[in-house]
Design a protein around this ligand. Sequence first.
Ligand SMILES: Cc1cc(-c2ccco2)c2oc(N)nc2c1
Length: 162
Amino acid sequence: EHQAMAHRLYTLVFPMNKQDGKVLLGMKKRGFGRDKFNGFGGKVEAKETIAEGAARELAEESELVAKSMKQCGLLLFYFENDPVAMEVHVFLVHEYEGTEAESDEMRPQWFDIHDLPFKLMWADDSLWWPYVLKGQKFVGQFWFKANQATIARQKLGAVESL
Ligand SMILES: Cc1cc(-c2ccco2)c2oc(N)nc2c1
């Protein structure tokens, strides 16, 4: 039988401007994932729901206030020599208030959703973004090598509901 792994809850939030066909990414300026473009997000705190955590991190990291958000995916990341997996809940935000601003964590930048900077993003992103663009919910599991750059194994597919 399988031993359940420990996992830590994270959020990943992508503000979308549908009429311009753009998505807001943030260049991480320090810490985990530094020098990569990613969604906004971070750890979910004990006192909040996952969606509340997502909105909180978005506001903290970009100054955008989410008025509505939809979960579009679930990502599970495993690492060699690390017993704790990352359980990342991915959200799209179509209605938001405010103007994006740089924080000490993140430098925000809008990208054409059909021309994302995958070379400057985590290796898994180019694999699951196609599901986002097709409006399909997805669940992905990615086993990373110790270098946190190479994917050793993956399982990825569309799901009807999360
Ligand atoms: C291993 C890994 C981690 C994260 C992450 C850090 C914080 C929230 O998510 C990723 O995000 C993306 N897009 N790929 C990722 C791979």
